[in-house]
Structures are given as structure tokens and as C-alpha cells.
Write a protein that binds this ligand. Structure first.
Ligand code: DOR
Length: 450
């Protein structure tokens, strides 16, 4: 009898499946997982030996800023997605604070067109929330290639800002997807700007944008979401004080933390990195970092996103506070988190929950997020034992720097496989950009009704 042919077999790895770790092979056909178990390699067009390696479901980074259109000197969709693939990421959700901001269906379609043939990984784009589109979000969030709506409650890079309850509620009443929120209280930010205006040490960044600034906004977004009956996703949570609020509202709110808030701490990071450590919301002291780790341990955190937000070295060299906030991170997310796994701060299974199952659950992604027959053949193959230094040479982001340069980590991505295409192997991009828009469960095409 003729053997069932596969396009690709990953042979001899340790698979991280919903049932836990298991030794075995994965067979891929037509971009999907076709079989798990013991497979004959001669049944495949291509076989990749992954003995000694772990095969994770593809890692999804649900918060990146790739700057195209309008700010391509910082990053673009080709360089940003190349960095993602090199870092073991199979899909990215990109933020709307480009120039112009992503506010209309045609802004979104423009980004999708730009990504075609240039994106190394799968992708979806956020619609920005603004007074002018708040009542149309229900239709906009269901556009193909849109992952949902993102609201800035406090101003950061770009002009997007919604700080009044009326518009926030209007936006929350429009649409059903989980709304992503940057929670910093704009009024308090303005009040406290005097602390740093005219020049200050960057170490005062977390004093200007203090704990109360974050806590106030998070409390407010939870109250408004409860009133509107809208599910929300609180991005880059940074304070110990927000954790109990979020834990008390898990029916409504999901939680993101970033690798940088789990890894760096004030004041050391500002002394060592200066404005390279400046981001919003800020890197805070060790008390907060410890609280974020406890929240991971307690299951309160749902997802890790990089908040990849590149700026050039020249821009970062401006005197604080005129220096822009944000740091690159899509390529270092996985190496940093694997290093934390090796240090015993979380298990590999919990990391997969945060990088694959979590994104799928929060945004209702179709066909991604787990190793199971029928799902997209997205894999992040990692060597848990590899010890590697993060070097400028390895980085693909246009800005050319990382706050983690010079750090040696244990655990490294060896291959990034996107719907059966090997996008990266052994630190090299392969073939050509094959990224496609991510699909969502509530907008799968069905039979058109008459
Ligand atoms: O530090 C940040 N930089 N925080 C944000 O919310 C935006 C980001 C950017 O786009 O530069």
C-alpha cells in the first residue's frame, strides 16, 4: 500500500502538546498538521531532524509596533517580521499608532497590501480607537486581517488618545471582540509632567508615570468594561497594585506582561541603559517585577507580548524627556523567556500557554495556538540547552540595538515554521516571505446568504 505523503516531517523531537510533553514526529500536509506519532521519513518530501530539541506550537506576539506606514526609518513590515521569524515568532499583531494611525478599513487594507510578499510571518493589525471611529468599531474589527481594537487611555508614541469616559463607553459598546487597552491615566500624566519637563534624569520616568497613574486607569477601564459588558485585555501591566484588581475581574479582563518588565528593574536599568530603558508604562522597581512573576505563577497573566517599539539610537539620544519611549523586543522575547524557564521561574508548558494558547483564547484565532491534528503547521523549534549571547549582529530590527545586547541566555529558537514553510533555521531566514493574514473564529468565510 502507498504511504500517505507528507510535505514535511519533524522527526524525533519533544512535542509540547495540550496533553503535555511527548516524544514523537509531526507530519505536515497542505500547511496543516496531518499526523502526530511515529512517522516514516520516506513518506515526506522533506524531513527535519529535531532530535534533542523541543517543538512548541508557534509563538504568537500579540503586541508589536512595526511603524509602517509613515515611520519606516524606525522599522517596516519586512524588517519587523524578519526579526520576528529570527526570534521564533510565527505571527504578530501590529499596533495602530503608525502615520497615519490605523482608523479606517482602507488604512487596514493598506497595511495588509504592504505586508503581502514582504512579511516573514503571519500577521493581523489593530484598529486604533478614536472619537471619529468609535461608533464604527463593530464593523471595523471584523474586517479581514483585523485582530481587534486598541485604545490608548494615556498618550504615548503617536497621536492616538481617548481619555474621556463617554468615548470609551461608546467604543466599548461598539463590537464584541476583546478590546486591548493601554492603561495610564492621562490627567495624572499631565499633572505630573512638571516633575520632568525641561530635563531630568531618565531614572525619574517611573516617578512621572507612577504606580497610581497605572492603577487609576486600570481601575477605570475595569469599571467601564463592567458597565458596558465588554471584554478587555489590559496590555503591559506593570504594578503590584493592579494585580489584585485584575484578579478580581478575570471574568472580564485578560492580562499581558512584557519580557522587559519581567527581566529589568529600576533603578539599575536606567543607570546602565539610560533612555534605552525608557518605555511606557515604565520599567519599575523589583517589588513590581516580583509581583508580575507571582501573577504569572498564580495564573492571573494570560499572555506575554513584546511591545516591540523601536526608535533609532539618534532619537533615543535626545535629552530626557524629549527622548521617545519604547524598545525593540520581538526578536528577544523567546530567548529571554526560555532563559527564565531554565532559571526555574516558569515551566515550558506555562510559557507555551502564554505565547500560543493565551493569544488564541484572547483573540479567537482560528487554527493556531496548539499542536493538534488539523491546526496550522506553526512551530517554534527550540534548543533549551543552547547558551547564546544576544548580539547586535543577530538583530534584524532596523534600529540595530536591544537593551539585552551582551546578555547570555540559555535557550534559543532553532527554527520558525509558519504553516509548514520553514521561515527560519539556524539563525537564517529561508526562501522568501510567506506571511499571510491571521484568521479569526468569528469571521471565517461561510456560504454567502442570498
Ligand atoms: O513605550 C512605548 N512605546 N509605549 C507605547 O505605548 C507605545 C510605544 C511606541 O509606539 O513607541
Amino acid at each position: 500500500m502507498k504511504k500517505v505523503p507528507f510535505d514535511l516531517i519533524l522527526k524525533g523531537g519533544t512535542l509540547v502538546t495540550p496533553a503535555g510533553l511527548r516524544a514523537g514526529d509531526v507530519g505536515v500536509r497542505g500547511g496543516r498538521i496531518a499526523a502526530l506519532g511515529k512517522l516514516e521519513t520516506d513518506a515526506a518530501a522533506e524531513a527535519v531532524d529535531v532530535r534533542g530539541l523541543h517543538v512548541l506550537p508557534g509563538a504568537i506576539d500579540t503586541q508589536v509596533h512595526f511603524r509602517e506606514p509613515g515611520l519606516e526609518h524606525k522599522e517596516d513590515l519586512a524588517s519587523g517580521t524578519a526579526a520576528a521569524a529570527l526570534g521564533g515568532i510565527v505571527a504578530v499583531f501590529e499596533m495602530p499608532n503608525t502615520t497615519p494611525s490605523t482608523l479606517t478599513a482602507s488604512d487596514l487594507q493598506d497595511k495588509l497590501r504592504r505586508a503581502e510578499g514582504r512579511a516573514w510571518v503571519d500577521h493581523a493589525f489593530f484598529m486604533g480607537v478614536a472619537a471619529e471611529n468609535a461608533e464604527h468599531l463593530a464593523e471595523l474589527e471584523l474586517e479581514p486581517g483585523c485582530c481587534g481594537a486598541k485604545v490608548f487611555m494615556g498618550s504615548s508614541t503617536g497621536s492616538l488618545l481617548v481619555d474621556d469616559d463617554e468615548t470609551l463607553l461608546q467604543a466599548m459598546h461598539s463590537g464584541r471582540r476583546r478590546m486591548a487597552v493601554h492603561a495610564e491615566d492621562e490627567a495624572r500624566l499631565r499633572e505630573r509632567l512638571a516633575l520632568v519637563r525641561g530635563g531630568a534624569d531618565v531614572a525619574r520616568h517611573p516617578e512621572w508615570r507612577d504606580e497610581e497613574t497605572a492603577r487609576l486607569a486600570t481601575q477605570r477601564v475595569l469599571d467601564l468594561a463592567r458597565r458596558a459588558g465588554r471584554r478587555v485585555h489590559v496590555l503591559h501591566v506593570t504594578t503590584a497594585e493592579e494585580i489584585p484588581l485584575l484578579a478580581a475581574n478575570k471574568d472580564l479582563a485578560t492580562v499581558e506582561v512584557t519580557p522587559q518588565h519581567l527581566t529589568l528593574a529600576a533603578p539599575e536599568c536606567y543607570e546602565r541603559l539610560g533612555t534605552l530603558a525608557q518605555m511606557n508604562p515604565p520599567i519599575r522597581g523589583a517589588r513590581h517585577r516580583d509581583a508580575l512573576w507571582r501573577a504569572i505563577d498564580q495564573g492571573i497573566v494570560d499572555v506575554i507580548g513584546s511591545d516591540h517599539a523601536p526608535h533609532t539610537r539618534e532619537e533615543k539620544a535626545r535629552p530626557y524627556p524629549t527622548s521617545p519611549s519604547g524598545m525593540p523586543g520581538v526578536q528577544t522575547l523567546l530567548p529571554l523567556m526560555l532563559d527564565h524557564v531554565n532559571a526555574g521561574r516558569l515551566t515550558l508548558e506555562r510559557l507555551v500557554d502564554l505565547l500560543s494558547a493565551g493569544p488564541q483564547r484572547i483573540y479567537g484565532i482560528a487554527g493556531k495556538g496548539r499542536i493538534a491534528v488539523g491546526y496550522d503547521a506553526d512551530f517554534t523549534v527550540v534548543d533549551l540547552k543552547a547558551r547564546r549571547e544576544i548580539t547586535a549582529k543577530w538583530l534584524a530590527a532596523k534600529c540595530g540595538w536591544s537593551p539585552f545586547e551582551g546578555m547570555t541566555v540559555t535557550g534559543w529558537p532553532k527554527a520558525t515554521i509558519v504553516r509548514g514553510h520553514i521561515a527560519m533555521r539556524e539563525d537564517e531566514l529561508l526562501s522568501q516571505p510567506m506571511g499571510r493574514p491571521v484568521r479569526f473564529l468569528d469571521t471565517l468565510p461561510g456560504d454567502a446568504e442570498d
